[in-house]
Write a protein that binds this ligand. Structure first.
Ligand code: 1PR
Length: 538
């Protein structure tokens, strides 16, 4: 044997399982990687974090003889925990690029969420479970939220009811977890669900230490609104990576030296915001000169260290694009993104490159498959691709003056203009482009973006509230989740944006860095206002 504190991990190399590894290690276990089918059969306990697409995963498992070993292992009631795709693969088949056969251990077909009813797909974020039968590993969760990110799901039926241990409501009640004997699988991500998720892993790893008392499920729930802390990171003039914050994107102090504003160390601040209850952390690398993203070791190091202690989703942006380095070596945006995923990012955020790709797509009407969004979403899924939009408001007297989508603004412009369009920019707001935020959002959704991070240069750092007109326009235009960003100054701005727009999340930077408003007080305020949020501590 391998001693009692070893977890066997089935990682077939299709994506980032770094956070699963980190979570297991943080609970005092060592990891043995599966190299052969025999390793599966010999495991004391096996964790299978499925990543990537269903068909690709089944191909690899079948080719390596692991599908059969997995079936034997599970049929022998050996300790097993499947995560996300690791749950879906247990079913008979999936509609993802299919139908494609699965392992066939649980009756049912994995299907796509139905976005025709206005449901945003993927299902991204914190949602609550309805426990339907006893499951020791889930008992402590009750009505706490756990983190989901998926476009496909299995449905409960008479044929699989012996397996289903909890459901979750998103459009319909889908299967959130299954359990039979020592075999468990969860659709959510325990490694990304903060303390609640770590407690699930702990109970799987230390089964004997917990009672089997049935704890009743909490009240029905819906997807929680997320509160995201954003860290704009850049190298200062001394070459250190610091968290900075702009005023309408200008990050230099208003002093003679014009030094880069320094608000702290990235890893420390990320850890602090995690402990304060941030639902997600975003890092944007805004270093002006970013010609060598793969040599950008400090940012990769920041991700590695952060993912060791922060168990909520991490996004990284800045410099995700194709590039050729000084020695003439070409890297695709997919290679750049892969490096970030390997270092602990769950999503990458694409700014300038998404604007160029959308312009080209609108001009030609052709999806080349070559844009960074298309390449990365094909391999890592749409949910891993965020597009960051950096628009600037352009007031108009007459909405017919431009070919772009306009809005009637809530507050007229300086010359009494009643209309505006939102002009996209690239290079951190330095260059205007002939495309509106609305047109960009529609195009990037078609090109594979799974989420939109919607900034507004006019509001950035002003503390006067989010640009409600802009956020309403975009969140009504697309079916993917929209993160409202720029301008938060007090807790009421968060309830305002959730009450008046269809934003799925709200992001802030300055007020958190300057300790003017804490994440906890934002959450408490939203909860008091009847807006569902994940409350911590767990
Ligand atoms: O174009 O793919 O390399 O990506 C560059 C990324 O860096 C984009 O996501 C872009 O938004 C971001 N960025 C570039 N320059 C700046 C800058 O500030 N000089 N920061 C910048 C963008 C905006 C938000 C900010 C919110 C909330 N920062 O992320 O955190 O506005 O701030 P607030 O709560 O203080 O108002 P590419």
């Amino acid at each position: 044997g391998y001693g009692s504190n070893v977890v066997t991990l089935l990682d077939y190399g299709a994506g980032n399982v770094r956070s699963v590894r980190n979570a297991i290690r943080s609970l005092g276990f060592d990891i043995k990687d599966v190299q052969s089918p025999k390793d599966i059969l010999d495991a004391e306990r096996l964790i299978f974090p499925g990543v990537g697409a269903f068909a690709a995963a089944m191909d690899v498992l079948t080719q390596k003889g692991m599908a059969e070993a997995l079936c034997t292992y599970i049929e022998n009631d050996r300790p097993f925990l499947g995560i996300c795709l690791g749950l879906q693969l247990l079913f008979e088949s999936s509609e993802e690029n299919g139908p494609v056969n699965g392992l066939g251990l649980i009756p049912g077909v994995v299907g796509r969420f139905d976005s025709s009813k206005g449901l945003r797909v993927p299902h991204i974020g914190w949602n609550a479970l309805q426990l339907t039968s006893n499951s020791e590993i889930l008992n402590p969760i009750r009505n706490n939220h756990v983190y989901f990110v998926h476009s496909y799901r299995a449905m409960p039926s008479d044929d699989n009811k012996d397996w289903v241990s909890s459901t979750c409501n998103y459009g319909d009640n889908f299967i959130a977890s299954v359990r039979r004997g020592n075999v468990h699988a969860v659709q959510f991500h325990p490694e990304k669900s903060g303390d609640a998720g770590l407690s699930v892993l702990r109970r799987f790893l230390y089964p004997k230490s917990f009672t089997t008392k049935v704890i009743p499920a909490g009240k029905a729930s819906k997807l929680a609104k997320r509160v995201i802390a954003c860290l704009d990171v850049r190298t200062n003039d001394k070459g250190d990576l610091v968290v900075t914050k702009g005023d309408q994107y200008d990050v230099r102090e208003d002093t003679k030296e014009h030094e880069v504003r320094n608000l702290g160390k990235p890893v420390d601040l990320a850890g602090k915001y995690y402990n304060d209850g941030a639902d997600e952390i975003s890092f944007l690398n805004i270093t002006g000169f970013r010609d060598f993203p793969l040599g950008d070791l400090p940012m990769l190091q920041v991700l590695r260290y952060t993912s060791e202690k922060v168990f909520v989703p991490l996004t990284v942006g800045g410099g995700i694009r194709d590039f050729t380095d000084a020695s003439g070596r070409y890297y695709s945006s997919l290679e750049v993104a892969s490096e970030y995923f390997r270092s602990g990012a769950d999503k990458v955020s694409i700014g300038s490159d998404a604007v160029y790709a959308a312009e080209e797509y609108i001009r030609s009407g052709v999806k080349t498959g070559k844009s960074s969004m298309e390449q990365i979403s094909r391999v890592y899924g749409n949910q891993a691709v965020v597009v960051s939009i950096d628009p600037r408001r352009v007031y108009l007297k007459n909405p017919d003056d431009v070919d772009f989508k306009t809005v009637k603004v809530s507050n007229p412009g300086p010359d009494g203009e009643e209309y505006a369009w939102y002009q996209c920019t690239v290079n951190g707001g330095r260059e205007n482009r002939e495309i509106g935020a609305y047109e960009l959002a529609k195009a990037v959704e078609e090109l594979g973006a799974g989420e939109i991070l919607l900034n507004c240069i006019d509001c950035d750092g002003q503390g006067k509230g989010f640009d409600i007109d802009l956020i309403r326009l975009i969140s009504d235009a697309v079916n993917i989740p929209v993160i409202a960003s720029s301008g938060a100054g007090k807790v009421e701005h968060f309830s305002e944006v959730f009450n008046q727009t269809n934003a799925s999340a709200a992001l802030a930077a300055g007020i958190f860095h300057r300790k003017e408003v804490g994440i906890q007080s934002v959450k408490k305020h939203l909860s008091k206002e009847g807006i569902e949020v994940r409350l911590t501590p767990f």
